[in-house]
Design a protein around this ligand. Structure first.
Ligand code: ZDR
Length: 290
């Protein structure tokens, strides 16, 4: 199986072209566990599969390193767009991609045949508690700066869905934030029936924040595009920043805008191809279904 390793700000994924490869012989859950493993596999924050779509340009599926399938991935969809353009699957620079979170629309900025930056219309954030999804009342209300206790630790959380769930809190200093301690406990807390991604945000000024993320099914990663998008929404809902901000992540910076015109989130940032390789049958043996 051929694959391509790509990343957006160090949030890295193994890409497999499901248009060229017959993926029906593979269990994609197990395949993601294998390729994501940094010792026994390629090493990544998950597996992304490029698929044809009957209605729009392409379909993207994303699997976490633990094998769970997620709805959407912001860094992943930027790298996906670069992949399909530079590997000759399309010559369009305005794409529509079907994801588990609905349609997203990447715009590619190309110089000398290379995609140097991608701006993605991520659609509208979903703010209702039931849409996160999160248990509690009122199901049709927003979760903004709500008191929350995990194993005796008290905090205030703001929750937003970008098609995938995000639970955010504001901290004084992201370097001191208990990401690997609280992250997994919030991720797996029973009030989040689909589990959740967890973000720690330090507001620098009305136009910039630092953010660290604990990703559902993956652990701490260097960056998260849907998390940065949700962060912008959380900052605006708490009146801590303007609607267009720079989100500084461990792996670099994303520009996020929550448009007051159409209510959509626009995420802008780079993507990088690292290498293309071939996985051996022996490494993939446990993922073969026929
Ligand atoms: C896939 C994900 N771990 C989840 O389960 O929702 C979220 C990852 C999002 C990804 N890093 C991004 O949006 O860039």
């Amino acid at each position: 199986m051929r694959f391509t390793k790509m990343h957006g700000l160090g949030n890295d994924y193994v890409y497999v072209d499901g248009i060229a490869e017959d993926l029906s012989v593979w269990d994609l859950t197990e395949l993601s566990r294998i390729v994501s493993d940094r010792n026994f596999g390629v090493g990544s924050d998950g597996l992304i599969v490029v698929l044809p779509s009957e209605t729009v340009d392409f379909r993207m599926r994303i699997f976490n390193p633990d094998g769970s399938e997620a709805e959407m991935c912001g860094n992943g969809v930027r790298a996906f767009s670069k992949y399909v353009f530079e590997h000759g699957l399309t010559d369009k620079t305005d794409l529509t991609v079907q994801t588990g979170a609905g349609l997203v629309r990447p715009r590619l900025f190309v110089e000398d045949g290379k995609v140097v930056s991608i701006r993605v219309d991520m659609g509208e954030p979903r703010l209702m508690r039931s849409e996160i999804p999160m248990q509690g009342e009122p199901a049709d209300g927003q979760v903004v700066n709500e008191p929350f206790v995990v194993d005796g630790s008290e905090m205030h959380i703001t929750c937003v869905s970008m098609g995938n769930p995000h639970c955010m809190q504001f901290v004084d200093d992201v370097d001191e934030a208990p990401v690997s301690d609280l992250g997994p406990r919030i991720e797996n807390h029973p009030v989040f029936p689909a589990r959740t991604n967890v973000e720690f945000i330090e507001v620098l000024d009305r136009g910039q924040v630092n953010m660290r993320v604990w990703e559902r099914g993956a652990g701490e990663t260097l960056a998260c595009g849907t998390g940065a998008s949700a962060t912008c929404v959380a900052c605006v809902l708490n009146d801590l920043t303007d609607r267009a901000i720079q989100v500084h992540l461990r792996g670099g910076t994303l520009t996020i805008e929550w448009s007051s015109e159409d209510g959509h989130i626009y995420m802008t940032g780079p993507a990088t191809e690292v290498y293309t390789g071939e996985l051996s049958d022996a490494a993939l043996a446990s993922a073969r279904v026929r």
